[in-house]
Write a protein of this length. Structure first.
Length: 174
C-alpha cells in the first residue's frame, strides 16, 4: 500500500502519526498526574476491628519485643519504644522509668486478643490492643492489659503506650 502513495502523501501520514503519538502521550501524562499528583490522603476518624492477620502478628510481635525488654530489665530499650506523648504525659525519663514499669517475679509474655486500628497519617497506623500477660513457664493468664501501638511504616519503627480499658472500650467498639 505504501508503494502506491506519493511522497507528499507519505509525509502527511507521518505528520499525522507524530501528532497522534504526541496527543496520546499528553493524555497519558495528564491521566497519570491526575491519579498521583492530586491524590488526596484520607485518614480514619474511628477505629475499626482489625482483620488483617499479617498486621495482627506484626503488632503482637512489637508487644512481645516490649515484654522481652521487660523480662531482661532493659529499661533504656523500653524507654526508646514508649511513645513520646506517653513519656511526656507521665514525665517519664531514663532516670525514673523503673517507677513506671511494675516489678514482677514471673517472666511475662503477651498473648494478643481483639485489636482495632485506624490510619492517623501517611504510613502511620494506630492499633488498640487487648491482650493478656501470661507466665512464660506455665502459660497461665495473669492480667488483662490494653495497649496503643503505633506502627510507622515510613521509618519501620513502632511506639507503644499502656492504656486503660475505658479508652480501649470507648474507641474499639466491639
Amino acid at each position: 500500500m505504501s508503494g502506491k502513495l506519493s511522497t507528499e502523501e507519505k509525509k502527511v501520514l507521518i505528520i499525522w502519526l507524530i501528532i497522534g503519538l504526541v496527543a496520546f502521550f499528553l493524555v497519558m501524562s495528564i491521566h497519570i498526574y491526575k491519579f498521583t499528583g492530586e491524590k488526596q490522603e484520607t485518614y480514619d476518624k474511628e477505629y475499626q476491628i482489625l482483620k488483617d492477620y499479617d498486621r495482627y502478628y506484626t503488632v503482637v510481635g512489637a508487644l512481645n519485643k516490649y515484654y522481652a525488654f521487660y523480662n531482661a530489665r532493659a529499661y533504656e530499650s523500653i524507654f526508646h519504644i514508649l511513645s513520646n506523648t506517653y513519656k511526656e504525659e507521665n514525665a517519664i525519663t531514663l532516670d525514673n522509668i523503673k517507677e513506671f514499669i511494675p516489678e514482677n517475679e514471673a517472666s511475662l509474655n503477651f498473648k494478643g486478643a481483639l485489636m482495632c486500628y485506624k490510619t492517623i497519617d501517611k504510613g502511620i497506623t494506630s492499633y488498640l490492643v487487648k491482650g493478656y500477660e501470661t507466665d512464660v513457664f506455665t502459660g497461665d493468664e495473669l492480667n488483662t492489659v490494653y495497649y496503643n501501638v503505633t506502627l510507622d511504616n515510613n521509618t519501620f519503627s513502632f511506639a507503644l503506650e499502656k492504656i486503660d480499658s475505658e479508652f480501649y472500650g470507648g474507641n474499639c467498639h466491639v
